[in-house]
Write a protein that binds this ligand. Structure first.
Ligand SMILES: *Cc1c(COP(=O)(O)O)cnc(C)c1O
Length: 371
């Protein structure tokens, strides 16, 4: 056992180093390091084409993209969101002075349950911030219908949904804005990075001003913007990463189907479904350890860990259980029973391009063997 390398839930994809050197030489020669330089412009264009969207504004990370999206749409007051996500979803609301209102998720996809949204709307509600959890598309039509009825904005936290296509093209084209994260742990990474996907040039312009302190020109500052620009090094790396995405997506799909083939019949193990997708990105492989499995989730988590496999409990604890949220009326357990149950049962298994078939088998065998 000692000589077995530990396996983590993910490992960042890195192209061969020598492929990156020419990009660096370019930067050293032209001495443009940031502020919308040539690589920044090229990556925005390349992402529009790759993702099938109209406008991309690059950011230094996904969290600043979320906060800036709220500012761009002048979202004020209460925002309906999901407790079953990474903590940055709700943190962005607090940073922008909004009050999160949590609604429960639906049991199949663990995405925000549209049937629960209307009851959470008050006169102070101005927006909905759903998450395409694990890259599984939300019920975008149902959410848009409610937003239209109540005149609410919709900002999708699409940090997991890079490259995901549904029946009518990119899932990033729904709502008023969508944000992406290019953090090291995501499917497509630029070390750190993020983006806002927007539908029109005017909104993109406003967002570009906001991410550069609010500067409109040399001497005009139109809004209290922030510094959230992506540097040329990150943008150049993104351009190189993009060339490798077909391989990354293909290998992730192979691992996903390997797990599914061997785990889906196992008593007490439920693979979270990816219904509604045409092109998935296999960013995570979540399983639910149900009550008829031979041990509870935390016991399985520990068993895997003892064998060098570091699965992760995404998303446990719920955002609504963290100290800065748990006092909210919407954070009470009785309001969020489906999310609370999923948080107790979920385990995300390792999935990344360099994970070998042997390693996947080892994970599977530890899960299916009798204890
Ligand atoms: C990763 C992530 C973020 C934050 O993105 P950063 O680039 O790390 O700031 C936000 N929301 C979700 C759902 C995420 O998974």
């Amino acid at each position: 056992m000692d000589n077995i390398q530990p396996i983590f839930v993910t490992q960042p994809y890195l192209p061969p180093l020598e492929e990156f050197t020419p990009y660096l030489e370019h930067i050293w020669k032209n001495k443009i390091l940031t502020n919308g330089g040539p690589f920044h412009q090229q990556l925005e264009q390349a992402l529009c084409e790759y993702l099938g969207v109209e406008y991309v504004a690059l950011f230094s990370n996904g969290t600043l993209a979320l906060i800036t999206a709220l500012q761009a749409l002048r979202v004020a007051g209460e925002v309906i969101t999901t407790p079953y996500s990474f903590v940055a979803t709700a943190h962005s609301l607090l940073w922008h002075g909004n009050k999160p209102v949590f609604v429960d998720v639906e049991p199949q996809t663990l995405n925000m349950d549209p049937a629960k949204i209307e009851a959470a709307i008050t006169p102070k509600t101005t927006a909905i911030m759903p998450v395409h959890c694990y890259g599984n598309p939300c019920d975008v039509d149902a959410i848009q219908k409610i937003a239209d009825n109540y005149n609410l904005r919709v900002i999708y936290d699409a940090a997991h949904a890079f490259g995901v296509q549904c029946q009518r093209g990119s899932v990033l084209n729904y709502g008023d804005l969508s944000i992406l994260s290019f953090h090291a742990t995501k499917v497509f990474n630029t070390f750190e990075g993020g983006a806002i996907i927007c539908p029109d040039a005017k909104t993109k312009r406003r967002i570009d001003h906001l991410k550069n302190f609010g500067f409109v020109d040399e001497i005009t500052v139109a809004a209290p913007g922030i510094n959230a620009k992506m540097s040329e090094i990150n943008a150049a790396f993104g351009l190189l990463q993009l060339k490798h995405m077909p391989y990354v997506m293909e290998r992730r799909a192979e691992i996903d189907s390997h797990y599914r083939r061997r785990l889906c019949g196992v008593r007490g193990i439920r693979c979270v479904s990816s219904s509604g997708q045409i092109v998935a990105n296999h960013s995570y492989f979540p399983i639910l350890v149900e009550s008829d499995y031979s041990m509870c989730r935390d016991e399985l988590y520990q068993k895997l860990k003892d064998n060098g496999i570091n699965a992760r409990r995404y998303f446990y604890p719920l955002i609504s259980d963290f100290p800065m949220y748990r006092g909210l009326p919407s954070a009470v357990r009785s309001n969020l029973p489906v999310a609370a149950k999923a948080a107790e049962q979920v385990l995300c298994l390792p999935i990344y391009p360099s994970l070998s078939d042997e390693a996947v088998e080892r994970v599977i065998n530890l899960i299916i063997e009798r204890t």
